[in-house]
Design a binder for this molecule. Structure first.
Ligand SMILES: Cc1cc2nc3c(=O)[nH]c(=O)nc-3n(C[C@H](O)[C@H](O)[C@H](O)COP(=O)(O)OP(=O)(O)OC[C@H]3O[C@@H](n4cnc5c(N)ncnc54)[C@H](O)[C@@H]3O)c2cc1C
Length: 414
């Protein structure tokens, strides 16, 4: 009786999803107070934390002890619960998988208040549904995750130029032996230079290599602190196709093949250095759009998508290309293929452009990332996620249907 009166809800981490995933259809449960780190085994690297622990705090605490998370997204201002729920991928998905692949066990709370443990051996179906399940199978209360050992907080970064989108894909694929690989793509170049890119390859630096290349440098550079602030509501004209074209041309022209040592912060989290960078887009804001295409169709569909984007009046300022491996959970975004993440300023024409891109992605057998989505239709979602019916069954089995709901789950009819 009591339960019937509890409104539908979803958990929220640090709100770094770009769309409506972390907004409850009724109530939103703020998890940030659950921020204790409760156990660590130095030998195995297994760390048990409450779900609201911030990745930034985890790194601050464990990097100086020689440990780093096996997978990190492009910002460190996310919670462990949010990373598991979105099964976030890093620049190393091609060989280590997503964040979920490094979770040993979870403590999950159902809408009934019942708490269960799940792992690959215990309640394994529930575990698979929760990794990448966007908070729709229960609230993650606690997680045990595996950290990797590192000798320093420095990264060896190799920069390589790619003359167009297909050579960027080839370079990323050819460098799958690199620990980390990502490409910055110029979305406004045209013709043979369509999608020219800078590919950044990365390796953790050993203490011997650091001594050799940067004698006397601190082993764990502490680059925390607030970044450069963007003034509230930067004028909308700051980012237009002319300024972006000029910026991209300069960035590409200046880049040389380089082999340098950079700090962990600058390699993994460059946007964190610009405080509230989202304000650059002005009052109307922006939409993020990330898709993945299987390798088989990527070389045909990617140039088509880049062609659509290059002609739009609403260019993407930030475009990031990576390769992905197999996803770990039923609703995990990754599939073996190529992913492109784009930011678009909100404008009158942006929604029809994105509808056209959706069609190309679906035709190419790809899917959109739920953590970056604010607008896809149920049909697009359904087409991209073949395990959806198993996921829905799982929700029914634990009494989550009608009780755990976000604005996202309502919009895409999970
Ligand atoms: C600058 C930037 C760069 C990014 N780069 C990447 C990237 O490289 N790779 C990538 O994969 N993602 C990336 N992201 C997306 C980000 O990693 C994910 O959206 C992540 O889920 C955000 O975590 P959060 O704690 O802010 O969660 P929120 O945004 O608050 O929530 C995300 C989802 O997790 C659920 N959730 C949160 N906490 C819990 C909990 N305790 N139990 C159950 N469900 C919960 C919510 O219901 C929601 O569905 C980036 C985001 C930004 C802003």
């Amino acid at each position: 009786m009591l339960q019937r009166h509890i409104p539908t809800y979803v958990a929220r981490g640090n709100g770094r999803s770009y769309g409506d995933a972390g907004i409850g259809a009724g109530v939103t449960l703020d998890m940030r107070r659950f921020d204790r780190m409760t156990g660590f085994d130095e030998t195995s690297g297994l760390l048990t934390v409450e779900a609201g622990v911030l990745l930034a705090d985890l790194i601050d605490r464990f990097l100086p002890r020689g440990f780093f998370p096996a997978v990190v997204p492009g910002t460190r201002f996310v919670t462990i619960g949010g990373m598991i729920a979105a099964d976030v991928h890093g620049k190393n998905h091609h060989w280590v998988g997503g964040f979920g692949d490094h979770v040993e066990a979870l403590k999950l709370m159902f809408p009934s208040g019942q708490t269960v443990r799940c792992s690959r051996d215990e309640n394994s179906d529930l575990f698979k549904a929760t990794i990448g399940g966007m908070g729709l199978t229960g609230t993650i209360v606690e997680a045990t995750i595996r950290l990797i050992k590192v000798e320093t907080g420095w990264m060896r970064q190799n920069t390589v130029r790619a003359e167009n989108i297909l050579s960027a894909v080839q370079l990323l694929t050819a460098n799958e032996g690199a620990s980390y690989a990502v490409a910055w793509v110029d979305c406004l170049s045209r013709g043979n230079a369509l999608g020219r890119s800078l590919v950044y390859l990365g390796e953790h630096v050993s203490s011997d290599a650091l001594q050799e290349r940067k004698p006397g440098a601190p082993i764990y550079p502490n680059t925390r602190g607030r970044g450069i602030a963007v003034p509230l509501d930067a004028p909308g004209f700051l980012l237009n196709r002319h300024s972006i074209r000029a910026f991209n041309a300069l960035r590409y022209a200046r880049a040389r093949t380089k082999d340098e040592l950079v700090s962990w912060q600058s390699y993994f989290f460059p946007l964190d250095g610009l405080d509230q960078w989202n304000r650059l887009y002005g009052r109307r804001g922006f939409l993020q759009y990330q898709f993945v295409l299987p390798h088989q169709t990527a070389s045909r569909v990617l140039p088509e998508i880049m062609g659509e984007i290059a002609t739009t009046r609403d260019p993407s300022f930030l475009a990031v290309l990576k390769t992905l491996g197999k996803g770990g959970g039923q609703l995990s975004f990754p599939m073996p293929g190529v992913t492109l993440a784009l930011d678009f300023p909100v404008s009158d024409s942006i929604f029809s452009l994105l509808d056209r891109l959706d069609r190309l992605v679906v035709e190419g057998g790809g899917r959109l990332y739920l953590a970056k989505d604010a607008r896809q239709r149920p049909e697009t979602f359904e087409a991209g996620y073949p395990n959806l019916s198993v996921f829905r069954q799982q929700r029914r089995a634990i009494g989550a249907e009608g009780r755990l709901a976000s604005m996202l789950s309502k919009r895409i009819a999970v």
